[in-house]
Write a protein that binds this ligand. Sequence first.
Ligand SMILES: [Zn+2]
Length: 299
Amino acid sequence: MKNKQKRGFFVLFKVNLKILAAAMAIALGTAAFFTVSALEREEGVEVPVVMYHSVLKDEKYHGKYVISPAEFENDLQYLEAHGYTTILIQDLINYTKGGELPEKPVLLTFDDGYYNNYLYAFELAKQYQCKFVISPIVYYTDQYSESQEKESAYYSHATWQELKEMVDSGLVEVQNHSYNLHQGQGSTLGVKQLPGEGAAQYEKRLSEDLSTAQRKIEENLGMRPTAMVYPFGAVSESTPEIVKRLGFSVSLSCEEKISRVTRDPNSLYGLGRFLRVSGGTSTDFFQNRVKLPAEGGRK
Ligand SMILES: [Zn+2]
């Protein structure tokens, strides 16, 4: 290479370095910008979820799965007094799509679909303008809807008509708790895979049951559930993927933890829930058991 050519090469090289440096600065700046917005997106909101079952006045039934109407009312009063807003599953889905959540969100859920939820909890929800999710065992919804017997607060399940009235109020959302997989005897536990059951066989059985519940709820209530509420919180290794494939955007476990919901739709799977048992005060439950964030859900 001659000297002149050499100089030309170095000048060109220097110019290229300058361009490269400028390009890197822009790239770094952009990366920093994206990192910040990704962080913002990742931060999310803490969403406490409460799990209830039955509500009965009769004290002798109060316990793990039965609370009194007064206890539920106290919970609503506590949440209202501390600035919490009850939300529905749809609000969580909207949040992952860029929507907003109230400053202090809380999700109240009733499992199994008892008639006493309609009798007591729905009345209180209307009075306090509070929202809740009800996840019926659809097989029983069918049975009690067809039965001519007078409904009992002790054991009846809500009928399609009662569920429809609750959904139409805008205060209640119905979600999937299986059609008829709510058993826990022997080696059977909710939607879990059975011992010796093949993967394909399991997926078929689970899909058929959950799809039956989806179809019946849609036919009777005009809404399609978006969340799978696992009976007993029990799942097998392949369950979450099957549930996702069936189109559910959300799943609820029974793990007692506060979940953080971010803009990432995957943050809506396996949300924790706290079982509200009868006995303690609402303050005890929310402060010492749920450990509600003192300053609300945002950090
Ligand atoms: Zn249940």
